[in-house]
Structures are given as structure tokens and as C-alpha cells.
Design a binder for this molecule. Structure first.
Ligand SMILES: [Zn+2]
Length: 105
């Protein structure tokens, strides 16, 4: 297991989004410090920064490249947008809704 990225608290939806994106690339990963831990009182909320971990160390470099390219490609387009299907707001760098997976209109 190797940590790929630590997200800010407000970026929590991103952690799940990247996990999904990596999964579609066949890369197994987990999000640590999910909100669930704080809800259970396991750790203080302020220490619950979401972390994305790659399960297989050998795949890490590929995951790193993918994450970096996604971040770089979408850096300029940060306007958040509202899904026309489920009305959830997604970050602008994503082309698909984090909630239902519908493509950005
Ligand atoms: Zn949606």
C-alpha cells in the first residue's frame, strides 16, 4: 500500500471521484479517513483528511501519472457545475457527475 494523495477536507468528494476514475483504469485503491471514521468518533474530525492509497505498489507510478495528468488537464476549468440528472454539484475538473456518473452537459 502506498499513499497517492492527501486531500483537503473540502476536497472529500474528489477523493471518491479519483478512486472511481482509478478503478475504471483497473487500479485498486482505497480512501482512508473517510467521514465515517469521524462520525464514529474514532479520530478527531480535524484529522480526517481523506487519503487516497494505492493497494499495489507496483501500479503506483501509473496511478501517479494518471492523477497528475487529470489534475493538469483540468486545472483551467474549475467552474463547478450542476448535474442535470440528480442536481448534485460537481467540481469543474470532472466531466462526469460524482454522484450518478452522468456526463457534464
Ligand atoms: Zn448526477
Amino acid at each position: 500500500m502506498r499513499k497517492l494523495q492527501t486531500f483537503d477536507l473540502w476536497q472529500r468528494p474528489l477523493a471518491g471521484m479519483f478512486k472511481e476514475l482509478l478503478s475504471t483504469e483497473g487500479i485498486d485503491c482505497v480512501v482512508k479517513n473517510d467521514l465515517l471514521f469521524a462520525a464514529m468518533g474514532e479520530i478527531p474530525f480535524t484529522e480526517c483528511y481523506p487519503e487516497l492509497w494505492i493497494i499495489d505498489d507496483e501500479i503506483y507510478p501509473r496511478a501517479r501519472l494518471l492523477l497528475d495528468s487529470w489534475l493538469a488537464t483540468n486545472e483551467s476549468d474549475c467552474e463547478s457545475w450542476t448535474c442535470t440528472v440528480c442536481n448534485e454539484v460537481s467540481e469543474g475538473q470532472f466531466d462526469a457527475c460524482w454522484s450518478c456518473g452522468s456526463l457534464k452537459q
